[in-house]
Design a protein around this ligand. Structure first.
Ligand code: PEP
Length: 255
């Protein structure tokens, strides 16, 4: 199981970030070590090179990269810089990037290609809006995102992409967010695998790693893993507290 911690724009200082990571490391060494567990920490980019080296259990990811490799793009971080910082994973097209920074699925496609060229594993976030969900448009919404986001990426590379299914209204930063029903997630996981089958083949449909994200917490995480179709979680607010984050992992390991 993959547990991806998205720290977003937190914590406010490097010392706090170091403390949080130290508490997670200590907790893991004293309780949650297990061969099937892989943790990926996505801190704010400015802290990335200052949090020590990755280990076999804890790797680092970046929350975003620019859609161009180099050039005059004030404020952007290039994939070249991410690779130079030994980043192994990159979140792509997170819902907050779409919502607040107008990021499109075309941007996602460019970023995924850049990551793959530099051997960084993209974690491509997909998900329908509440409006699309209510109108029964989840399938076309996900299908469009997958088609556009993965456009012109060869089958050998598609295998390297991790998907994170995050229904937009379930992310805790959204107004009125609430955790999605675990049974519905099973249905949508199957739906995503069917779409992948239509676009590619059975092997891709079966083997692509699909994470779930949206207000995942110690009290609900185990309910999601019961259905066995989830390969891990993308965790926002609960990853900012080492106890919550470790308890999510512990609760899932019991199942
Ligand atoms: C996220 O940031 O991807 C996320 C799922 O956040 P939260 O767990 O806070 O809903």
């Amino acid at each position: 199981m993959l547990y991806v911690a998205n720290w977003k724009m937190n914590p406010p200082s490097l010392n706090d970030a170091k403390r949080l990571l130290k508490n997670i490391r200590t907790g893991i060494n004293t309780g949650v070590k297990d061969k099937k567990t892989q943790i990926i920490i996505c801190p704010p980019a400015i802290f990335l090179t200052k949090l020590g080296r990755p280990s076999s259990l804890i790797k680092f990811g970046i929350q975003n990269i620019g859609s161009k490799e180099r050039g005059a793009f004030t404020g952007e971080i290039s994939v070249l810089m991410a690779a130079d910082a030994n980043v192994e994973y990159c979140l792509v097209n997170h819902s907050e990037r779409k919502l607040y920074f107008n990021e499109t699925t075309r941007d996602a496609n460019q970023k995924i290609k850049l990551c793959l060229e530099k051997r960084i594993t993209p974690i491509f976030c997909i998900g329908e809006s509440q409006k699309q969900f209510k109108k029964g448009k989840t399938k076309p919404a996900l299908e469009n995102q997958l088609k556009q986001g993965l456009k012109d990426i060869g089958i050998m590379n598609i295998k390297k992409v991790i998907l994170a299914y995050e229904p937009l209204w379930a992310i805790s930063s959204q107004k009125g967010a609430k955790a999605e029903n675990p049974d519905q997630i099973l249905g949508i996981n199957i739906l995503i695998r069917k779409i992948l089958f239509g676009l590619y083949d059975q092997k891709i449909a079966r083997e692509t790693k699909i994470l779930y994200g949206g207000s995942v917490a110690p009290k609900n995480a185990a309910l999601y893993v019961k259905n066995k179709s989830i390969d891990g979680f993308l965790i926002g607010s609960a990853s900012l507290n080492s106890f919550s984050f470790l308890n999510i992992i512990k609760n899932c390991q019991k199942n």
